[in-house]
Design a protein around this ligand. Structure first.
Ligand code: BYC
Length: 320
């Protein structure tokens, strides 16, 4: 008897049913082409963010104020490189190569988180990045632990464990500065003022402007919307700022009893689009640095390929 082949619509309906039933989609499962492409886009951009995100803090490793701080920061930056690797591997499981992803980053076809195009000018910025940038990343990534694609979800679980250490190391720097001399407190305030708004932009445009949200929510690639996650971050940050004894950068921040959330001021969306379209303060510098490091690492990749070829030849010779 001839085997019945599902039509494209039937396959899509069965796929959506699996998503609705909270089943994870794995690399060899059937998936709509648009689901695969959307995932490659989001996961690869997430990987690029982790790797480019090493630069602002990496800038401070040699200038950390103590040996202990240096060891902590070094470990944190190395973790970010590891996060990039998990995520590139998750994206590769969808049928794209590492080389293709790197090319898309270096030629500006693929984006990475806007936040990393802001300069890290003071030691206070290292504190603010850990506290606010990793803090915003956690809010987003905790939600992504429940994403529908298995390899992405599992990568998020591991990454979130490390991110909470990152967030705490940043907040601890802020506590020390905020409780320190007036000049140190001023440094903490200045870093908060400069990083607060760009951290809110990490959650992406408003839901009404978000091109990918509707599809990503239907397929459970994203589990919560950009605005809902941003609101969570706004709400959790208010008491943290109060504890530090610093001034809130948003003068419109106000508890709304009815909504059970803080109301807040509007973001500068012109700045957001300028930065994500390549014209932020550090966009060119970040990509140039990546290209240079990638070229300098070419010999390592060549050596690995030569080693693999030798091992393969040896195996073939042994088998003959
Ligand atoms: N920056 O339709 P939308 C870290 C783009 S790293 C740049 O809402 P989506 C860390 C968006 O890509 C953690 N671009 O998109 C590392 C899209 O452009 P394309 C980073 C942005 O995907 C080192 C367009 O705008 N976390 O923690 O549904 C040191 C329309 O947006 C941004 C992640 O990557 C932005 N902020 O939602 C320290 C999380 N926002 O692709 C710390 C994973 C939007 O059409 N990603 N765009 O050219 C996500 O959750 C989602 O991709 C986003 C955007 C919420 C970011």
């Amino acid at each position: 008897m001839a085997e019945y082949k599902l039509t494209e619509e039937e396959q899509e309906a069965a796929f959506q049913q699996r998503i609705d039933d909270e089943q994870k989609i794995e690399p060899k499962d059937w998936m709509p082409e648009a689901y695969r492409k959307n995932l490659i886009r989001q996961i690869s951009q997430h990987a690029h963010s982790e790797v480019i995100g090493e630069q602002p803090e990496g800038n401070w490793i040699t200038r950390s104020p103590s040996l202990r701080r240096k060891a902590v920061l070094l470990a944190k930056v190395q973790d970010e490189a590891g996060h990039g690797l998990y995520l590139y591997s998750a994206a590769e499981s969808l049928g794209i190569s590492r080389a293709e992803m790197i090319e898309a980053l270096q030629t500006g076809k693929a984006k990475y988180a806007s936040i990393f195009n802001y300069p890290s000018q003071t030691w206070g910025d290292v504190g603010a990045i850990g506290w606010l940038v990793d803090g915003a990343a956690i809010v987003n990534q905790v939600s992504l632990q429940r994403t529908s694609y298995g390899p992405y979800s599992r990568a998020m679980i591991k990454i979130c464990k490390e991110e909470s250490f990152h967030q705490r190391q940043g907040y601890q720097i802020m506590i020390e500065l905020a409780k320190g001399t007036p000049a140190q407190k001023q440094m903490a305030q200045d870093s908060l003022n400069r990083f607060y708004w760009p951290a809110l932009m990490m959650f992406g445009p408003h839901d009404s402007e978000s091109a990918h949200s509707a599809k990503s929510m239907k397929w459970k690639i994203k589990r919560e919307t950009n605005d809902d996650l941003r609101q969570k971050f706004i709400d959790q940050t208010v008491p943290q700022i109060e504890f530090l004894g610093l001034e809130h950068p948003d003068k419109a921040i106000k508890w709304n009893e009815e909504r059970g959330h803080y109301d807040s001021g509007e973001l500068n969306w012109d700045e957001f689009y300028k930065v994500i379209n390549g014209n932020g303060h550090c966009n060119r510098q970040r990509i140039q640095h990546h290209i240079k490091a990638h070229e300098e690492g070419a010999w390592v990749r060549d050596a690995q390929l030569a080693y693999n070829a030798k091992q393969k030849a040896k195996k073939a010779a042994d088998a003959a």
